[in-house]
Write a protein that binds this ligand. Sequence first.
Ligand SMILES: Nc1nc2c(ncn2[C@@H]2O[C@H](COP(=O)(O)OP(=O)(O)OP(=O)(O)O)[C@@H](O)[C@H]2O)c(=O)[nH]1
Ligand SMILES: [Mg+2]
Length: 460
Amino acid sequence: MIINNDDTIAAVSTPVGSGGIGIVRISGDKALSILEKIFLCAGDKKVEELGSHTINYGKISVGGRILDEVLVSVMRAPSTYTREDVVEINCHGGIAAVNSVLRAVLNSGARLAEPGEFTKRAFLNGRIDLLQAEAVSEIIASKTEISKNAALGKLGGRLSKKIKALRDEILSAEAAIEAAIEYPEHDDEITTVRTTAETAARCLAEVKELIEGADLGRILTGGLNAVILGKPNVGKSSFLNYLLDEDRAIVTDIPGTTRDALSETVNIKGLPVNITDTAGIRRTDDYIESLGVDKSYEYASEADIIFMMMDGSSEPDEEDREILDFIKDKKTIIIINKSDLEQKTDPDALTAYAPRENIIKVSVREDVGVELIFERLKEMFLSGETSFGGGCITGERSLSSLKRAQKSLENVIATADGGFPEDFLSMDLNDAYEALGEIIGESLEEDVIDKIFSSFCLGK
Ligand SMILES: Nc1nc2c(ncn2[C@@H]2O[C@H](COP(=O)(O)OP(=O)(O)OP(=O)(O)O)[C@@H](O)[C@H]2O)c(=O)[nH]1
Ligand SMILES: [Mg+2]
C-alpha cells in the first residue's frame, strides 16, 4: 500500500445500506476547496467564511444539478480527528445519495481513502499513538459495554502513559550506566549495578502485569471462547438456546441430536462470549456422528472455558468419566443439569475434576440456578477488570513486544546478579526500551504501520 499523505482523502464513514443519514468525510489540505466547488451554502455564504467547528445547511450541486440536501460540518486544522482540515457532509442515508455525494467529492480532487487512513493520519500527525489508534477500532468492534469502556480508557491514553513511564525509567537507568562507563572514576560499580537491577525488577513486575491483562484484553475485544461439552442428551443445546433466548439449536430427547458444532456470540454480564454447542460425546459407529465428536474435542481444546454438562438425574457413567478426564486440567465449569428431576449425581464427588465452586447444579428447562453460572464466569474472567479500566494490551503484535521487553528485563537482572560488566546491562535495557516503544508505535517500520491500519474499517 503506497500512500501519499499530502493527498486529500475521502470516504463514506457510515455503514453501507439504508439509514437516516450517511456521512462522507474528507480530510486534507484541499478539503475546504473541494467543498467550495460542490456546496451551495444557505445564505450564499462562501466556504472560507464558514467558521471552524460549525454545521452548515445547504445543497450539494454539480453542474447545476442538485445531488442532495445536506448539513456540512467544517473543522479546520489542527483541532480535528486527523489534525488536517476535515469536512463531513451529512447526506440522506441510503446508497444512492451517499455515493453520488462521494463521487462529486472524488471528482473534485479527493482520493478514496484506504481503510483506517483517517486514523492513520491522526497517528502520523502525532495526535494519537498506536495504542490509541488500536483503541479506536476496538471501540467500533465492541460488543458489550465493558469492552467499550476498556477501549475508551485506552483511547484516553492511560495505558500509553504507563508504557511511556516505563520507558522513561528504563532510559534513565540506561543513561546512568552509560555515564558510569564514560566516567569510571566517579562510578561505584556495585551500587550502579544494584540500582539498575532494582529498576529492572520494578519494570519487570509492571510488564508482567500488562501481559496478564492482555488475556483480558483479547477476551474483551474478541470475546471469550466457550464450549459446551458433554455426552448426548444432557441438555447442551437447551443451554445454548437459553443463552440466546431463542430456539437456535434443535433440541430433542433423542441422544445424538446435534451433529455439528454451532457457534453464536452472547453477552454474559458484560462479557462477550463466543459460545459453541457441540455434538454429544459418545463412542459411535455412525461415521458422521463420530466426526462431530472429534470436532467437539477439538473445539474444547482451544476454548478459554469449557462448560461440561452432565445429567444430574442419572449416575455418572463411562462416557461422563471420559469427558471428566479430558477437562480435568482445563478451565471448566461443570454444569449438573436437570435438577428438577430426582438427583443421582453428587457435586461433592466431582471435586477431583474441578474446584467445588465451579460445579453448579441447574435446571435449564425450569430456569433454576443458571444465574450462578454467569456469576462464576464473571468472577473468573472479569475480577481483574476494574484494574484494567485504562484498557489492556490487545493483539499479538503488542503482546510479543511485551514478551520481548520481559525477556530483556530478565536478562538485565540475571546479568546484574552474575556480576558481569556494566556495558552488558546497557544492551538489554535498550532492547526493552525499543520493544516497549513498538507498542505505542515508536520505532516501527512503515510497512508494519500500513498493515496495522489496513485492518480498520473504511471511513475510519
Ligand atoms: N427435565 C429436564 N430436561 C431437560 C433439561 N434441559 C434439557 N432437558 C431435556 O433433555 C433433552 C435433551 O436436550 P438437548 O438440549 O437436546 O441435549 P443435548 O445435550 O444437546 O443432546 P445432543 O445434541 O444429543 O448431544 C431434551 O428433551 C430436553 O428437553 C432440564 O433442565 N430438565
Ligand atoms: Mg444438542
